[in-house]
Design a binder for this molecule. Structure first.
Ligand code: PAF
Length: 286
């Protein structure tokens, strides 16, 4: 695996591959890699001739400075993992490369950034859009891969790519779960043993909500989810929403929509966890 920290060297490596008509796959990450990230790399390796992954903990997408400071940084393990799965290139820029000057860019994604995550993490999607735009310019991939766990992020990036005509195809890969159902996330490693044992309750609640949704109104499902999670005082529910998987508009009658997602966010011992499931199982949304 080749490691580059500057854009010039990265682009010099990629250029002849692209010129020869090869397909470039890109998996942007913030590190602390787990099987979820590796599934994106595996998909990229299957689809593309050259796979680039980046690791950069992007400060502009953290609305909470405490979260930024404590975000896990495990570069040497990450780099070994990427090497072991045969990722071709690791791009490891620092703040000077990504933000030589303070970025003052302001995106407006309208409803896409004011609902769910956007409501509780002001500025988050602006930071994501800035860094993803920069990375797409630097790597210029044919296909970029993201995880379904960040469904709203994917929706925002899809809008960004469309609005700014980035010549890239986007792929959203399914959530990878631990054996007990907990969605894999870099933040899981910050859970205490007690909270880690409780954390799968989020996924189990989503599974129950999926059943309830077939028999109850959306409002009743919302109440049932809130009541169910209230049994576990360590979990502080932030939101539970049933939304159209493409527009993220809240759904009031599930029969009117083709693809509905059930999305949840909650704090567990100060760690913020998110998860989602499709109402009807599908392997790929996009
Ligand atoms: O999903 C992530 O890991 C990050 O939000 C991303 C897309 C790498 C941008 O920093």
């Amino acid at each position: 695996m080749h490691l580059y920290t500057d854009v010039g060297s990265l682009q010099s490596h990629i250029k002849p591959f692209r010129a020869a008509g090869n397909k470039i796959g890109f998996v942007p990450t913030m590190g602390a890699l787990h099987a979820g990230h590796l599934s994106l790399i595996a998909q990229a390796l299957q689809d593309c001739d050259l796979v680039v992954s980046s690791i950069y903990v992007n400060p502009t997408q953290f609305n909470n400075p405490h979260d930024l400071i404590h975000y896990p940084r495990t570069i040497s393990t990450d780099s070994q993992l990427l090497e072991s799965v045969k990722c071709d290139i690791l791009f490891l820029p620092d703040d000077q490369v990504m933000y030589p000057d303070k970025s003052r860019l302001k995106f407006d994604f309208g409803y896409l950034e004011t609902t769910m995550e956007g409501k509780y993490r002001p500025g988050h999607f602006n930071g994501v859009a800035i860094v993803v735009s920069k990375l797409l310019h630097m790597v210029n991939p044919n296909i970029a891969y993201f995880g379904q766990k960040d469904l709203q992020q994917f929706t925002v990036i899809r809008q960004l790519v469309k609005d700014l005509s980035f010549p890239v195809q986007l792929v959203c890969c399914p959530i990878i779960r631990e054996k007990d159902g907990l969605a894999m996330s870099s933040r899981n490693m910050r859970l205490t043993t007690e909270h880690r044992a409780i954390a799968p309750a989020l996924y189990h609640t989503l599974q129950m909500a999926r059943e309830w949704a077939l028999e109850m109104s959306v409002e009743a499902v919302r109440h049932a989810v809130t009541a169910h999670l209230a049994i576990t005082p360590q979990i502080q529910l932030e939101y539970f929403e049933m939304v159209d998987s493409y527009t993220l508009q809240a759904v009031e009658d599930i029969t009117l929509y083709e693809k509905v997602s059930l999305c949840i966010a909650a704090y567990l011992g100060g760690i913020r966890l998110i998860d989602n499931v499709f109402l009807y199982p599908v392997t790929r949304v996009y």
